[in-house]
Design a protein around this ligand. Sequence first.
Ligand code: GTP
Ligand code: SPV
Ligand code: MN
Length: 610
Amino acid sequence: MGDLARLPLLEKAPTTHAGLLAWVEEVAELTQPDRIHWVDGSEEENTRLTDELVAAGTLTRLNEKLFPKSFAAFSDPADVARVEEQTFICSENERDAGFTNNWMAPAEMKAKLRGLFSGSMRGRTMYVIPFVMGHLDAEDPKFGVEITDSAYVVASMRIMATIGTEVLDKITATNAFFVPALHSLGAPLAPGQADVVWPCNPDKWIVHFPEERSIWSFGSGYGGNALLGKKCYALRIASVMARDEGWLAEHMLILKLTSPEQKKYYISAAFPSACGKTNLALLDPTIEGWKVETLGDDITWMRIGKEGELRATNPEAGLFGVAPGTGWGTNPNAMRAIAKGHSIFTNVALTDDGGVWWEGMTEEVPAHLTDWQGNSWTPDSDKPAAHPNSRFCTPIDQIDMLAEEYFSPDGVELSAILFGGRRKTTVPLVTQSRTWSNGVFMGSTLSSETTAAAAGQVGVLRRDPMAMLPFIGYDAGDYLNHWVNLSAKANQERLPKIFLVNWFRRTADGGFAWPGFGDNARVLKWAIERIEGKADAVETPIGYVPAAGSLDLTGLDLTHSHVEDAVRVDPEEWAAELASIEEWYGKFGDSLPAALRSELEGLKERLAAQ
Ligand code: GTP
Ligand code: SPV
Ligand code: MN
């Protein structure tokens, strides 16, 4: 970096890791920040940064009595969700990105990004955030370093991951590999130029280099675009590491279910964005004697354990949950965690007493609010008060029902895996797969109506394999093959059973056929009883669905549930579904695993034989 004024700051760097120092120096040279700050993760540092963000208008401090040490942020209206159109997997060969990803040759993309990042941090502070996804004392800790020019990102990463000095010291001491994750808002400041409250750039690029295991994110300050430990690392890059190292990185929650007999089961579930993972992970069962505890709500890393069992851990330290629909009625456990404070809310509405509100938080709608865009709002307003993808960012250890196993680097042995989507029709409440590969088939053909979690149209039906469509870091066919092959490496007796679920089926009058939320515990109970050989099922062409009387409906409000509608397998709907699945499978070309092709043939034959 020659004799630039920044050099003394680098000399004072709290590490001797040559690779890290060289990268920080290279990025500083490229992006030209005014200052470099190595994030230590301390309380004092967090207080200073959030004070600065309040002074800048980026954060609004909430009423200390209602939400201690908590803040609200309001983004640019054009920066409210992940941008899938602008997300790239830049593998050396286009084939390795597969048809589900955007691709550009790495050299071409790097040249483009160097242009965009050139001087992009002028007038700003460059923060260096050492972080680890998963346990710092795991056998093979997964380190990263995010460089960002956003203090909001620093404060949010502090909630979502383990960051700071203890991580950097371990990276240094073990001369560890780390994923370099570079982020810039793309909003440099000229001398004397006033800042805006949510700097960003209309041109957004979320780019992954899987062979190099690096991330470059430009132009957005929001969620999965900017908190690079989350979707970019723990799913897209980690899925590639997992392919190479024989494990899986998945868009899944993990929960612990304890039966009235005190038997413990661990279940993971993959649902697309804004389709119910956080809610299921924090479920309050409506059936007597069954208890749920939480291990994770968004990302699961799974590997085969020493005895051939499938073990799961949550690499995150916080929740970045959808706010709307999270309420005292539907998800009291999340509400209690949020009420403990230490949270950052983004794009929610403000109450007149300095608290936050969003649609579905309370039954009673406040008479007056300030909406997420800063406008005065009343119940007569024709727009929602909170953005549909508004979020709460809260430390996971504030969940009262957090399972103690969350803290174990070894994780838990899974008994069941659920795949689920948001489908108005066709897909029954719950279906058990016949075999592992039949379950992988269910996951590979998972479909869901799009939500506000990603920019673009909402409510459009699309295939979303394993709820990973936006997150598979390599060829989708190779990814499915990796899933198929996992069973051969596992102890067959201990392989988790796979189920397909749908909480979102509608009745003819448009209402939900199934009440969902706490009542989903009834479906978990049925799944466990299937595994234990206790619950009856009907064999259908698509798999096993609950036999009449086999779902525990004790105490269920039957005026608001239409269980028969919810579990029905309709031959006409499935004829249309089959055609749509065939079209989907056609997109994979040669990379579709043979085992899945024969699953499709099997389904076709069974449907025809009906
Ligand atoms: P991401 O964080 O985007 O990955 O989302 P998620 O999968 O964690 O979804 P979340 O649990 O936040 O739920 C998203 C929306 O679905 C919320 O508005 C919930 O109220 C709603 N929802 C969740 N579970 C159910 C359910 O069982 N039934 C119904 N009808 N709605 C549900
Ligand atoms: C999702 O979209 O699946 C999320 C939110 O969990 S984000 O972190 O923005 O990706
Ligand atoms: Mn998610």
